[in-house]
Design a binder for this molecule. Structure first.
Ligand code: AP5
Ligand code: MG
Length: 219
């Protein structure tokens, strides 16, 4: 049976960083809704053009568009053993849609690690973040600097700062998170699947805590 892990947490807490590490070690697909949108924006698809107008403002892309994009992604072969969902679901409507989609694959959400850290910490992480243009590898100018400034260690592509990482947009993203995504914490807590992880620690320690939290959930 496939294993599906939903990573919850505020913008900049380290979902992408942890999802990449975990996907690598557990051989699961990494599905980042933000990365999928950015790929569509880069390729100037219709979906990308539509999504950009919301992402640039720090708002959520409408549920219908987002759910359709994730459905298509879940149908790809690399999701057969399961996936780590990073940034999806983000609203209760998306969570219900995910359950229905996974039921089609005879799967379910197994566990929901909720990584949290105070607002000042996540703002500091976002403001120092550099992202790789080619594959979205994640760096931080202080906490995880690349060997060579502006160049990805893994694929040598250019590092850039995300458009939506401007201070004004980050403030909106955090507000949107509190209003629209925090209800999911209660939703998954009630289902007994939520496990809280202290995100205010070094990357390696968060990885260790995350691993112990989920290790009993592999099918
Ligand atoms: P998305 O790309 O998902 O952004 P986000 O949720 O705001 O999260 P981030 O990617 O900013 O942070 P992260 O938690 O992944 O942290 P990271 O590992 O990079 O979404 C972008 C936009 O797309 C949304 O605003 C919305 O418009 C749209 N969207 C996406 N999904 C959607 C959905 N489901 N529905 C509707 N719209 C949707 O780490 C951050 C920095 O911290 C890095 O520099 C990293 O090196 C550093 N760092 C990480 N961990 C640590 C640590 N433990 N200690 C020190 N530094 C650390
Ligand atoms: Mg991310």
């Amino acid at each position: 049976m496939a294993t599906f892990i939903v990573l919850l947490g505020p913008p900049g807490v380290g979902k992408g960083t942890q999802a990449k590490i975990l996907a690598n070690t557990k051989k699961l697909a990494h599905i980042s809704s933000g990365d999928l949108f950015r790929e569509n924006i880069k390729n100037q698809t219709e979906l990308g053009k539509h999504a950009k107008s919301f992402i640039d403002k720090g708002e959520l892309v409408p549920d219908g568009v987002t759910i359709g994009m994730i459905r298509e992604r879940l149908n790809r072969a690399d999701c057969k053993p399961g996936a780590i969902l990073d940034g999806f679901p983000r609203t209760p409507v998306q969570a219900v849609a995910l359950e229905k989609m996974l039921a089609e694959f005879k799967g379910q959400v197994n566990v929901v690690p909720y990584i949290s850290a105070p607002e000042a910490v996540v703002v500091g992480r976002i403001s120092g973040r550099w992202t790789c243009r080619l594959n979205g590898h994640i760096y931080h100018q202080m906490f995880n600097p690349p060997k060579q400034t502006g160049v990805c260690d893994i694929d040598s592509s250019e590092l850039y700062q995300r458009e939506d990482d401007k201070v004004e947009t980050v403030t909106i993203r955090i507000r949107v998170y509190l209003e629209q995504t925090i209800p999911l914490v209660e939703y998954y807590r009630k289902s007994g699947k939520l496990i809280e992880i202290n995100g205010e620690q070094a990357v390696e320690q968060v990885s260790k805590d995350l691993y112990s939290a989920i290790k009993n959930h592999f099918m």
